[in-house]
Design a protein around this ligand. Structure first.
Ligand SMILES: Nc1ncnc2c1ncn2[C@@H]1O[C@H](COP(=O)(O)OP(=O)(O)OP(=O)(O)O)[C@@H](O)[C@H]1O
Length: 267
């Protein structure tokens, strides 16, 4: 991990009508790190992700990615920046009428000069990198398990060799073994591809297994950031309950037992 901030959010305000979700939110993501973003339901984790990737416009504040103010970019400059990140949405957000390989080909269609067979080959490579078997390429999303759909969504997020991957609750709905495998895949891909990862999660096991740092959203901002060890010392009611409650103890026990899945999600 370098000290360079690959994402910098400053003074972010998000408002839907009278409902203020973020007010004065600051956040840094460092190049090469896996940052876990946690917080109670409705604290605006997914909205923050959507704002950083430009799907929602904040009411105020700046978001710089790769040093560029993404809110100020348009046209070709904006597209060039968007090609440098990949997003995996919670449900995979796959096109149901396309096969897995065709879904992964969608972002590759924007790359000039690729022949059909080069594009197909690249898509198949990403499908393999996401840990899917060869025969998944020709399957439709409806033929896949939830875990396989997530891997297909990840393959699509990796299509353009991104520098940053955004993952929205990647292990939600997975069984413990599938979730453990996904955690390991995220770390392996970060190490192999030198990715920076912005990971929204409720999953304490994922925080233990994957994240270099954690950012806690509460009180309309990033209340605190730090390592898991630092989170354990934070004296704030929500943070304390989250990191010391029964689920946290189960996750800690699992980690101490060498990452075995037996206790994952219990508590
Ligand atoms: N397009 C929208 N219009 C109006 N309100 C919205 C919109 N998108 C999100 N919200 C509201 O913003 C708040 C934050 O939503 P968000 O989905 O980011 O929460 P979250 O922290 O990801 O929650 P969870 O952990 O439950 O997924 C919620 O109160 C939600 O209802």
């Amino acid at each position: 991990m370098s000290g360079e901030n690959i994402i910098e959010v400053r003074g972010l305000r998000t408002q839907f009508g009278d409902h203020v979700v973020h007010d004065g939110l600051d956040l840094d993501v460092k190049r090469g790190e896996i940052l876990g973003v946690v917080g109670g339901s409705g604290t605006g984790k997914s909205v923050l992700l959507r704002e950083i990737v430009g799907l929602l416009r904040p009411a105020a504040g700046t978001i710089r990615v790769f040093g560029q103010d993404v809110g100020a970019l348009s046209g070709a400059a904006r597209e060039a920046v968007e090609r440098r990140w990949g997003v995996m949405f919670q449900d995979g957000a796959l096109f149901s009428s396309l096969t897995v390989r065709e879904n992964v080909e969608v972002p590759l269609r924007a790359v000039p000069g690729l022949t059909d067979s080069q594009r197909q080959g690249l898509a198949e490579l990403k499908v393999a990198m996401a840990g899917l078997p060869w025969n998944a390429n020709a399957k439709f999303p409806s033929d896949l398990s939830g875990g396989m759909r997530k891997r297909a969504g990840l393959a699509r997020a990796l299509a353009l060799d991104p520098e940053i991957v955004f993952l929205d609750e990647p292990t939600a709905g997975l069984d413990p073994i599938g979730a453990d495998a996904f955690d390991r895949l995220i770390v392996a891909l970060r190490d192999a591809l030198n990715l920076s990862v912005f990971l929204v999660t409720h999953d304490l096991d994922t925080l233990h297994a994957c994240c270099d740092r954690i950012a806690v959203l509460a009180e309309k901002k990033v209340l605190v950031t730090g390592t898991m060890a630092e989170m354990l010392k934070v004296d704030h009611p929500w943070v304390h309950e989250y990191f010391h409650g029964p689920r946290a103890r189960a996750a800690q026990t699992t980690e101490e037992a060498g990452g075995q899945t037996a206790d994952r999600g219990k508590g």
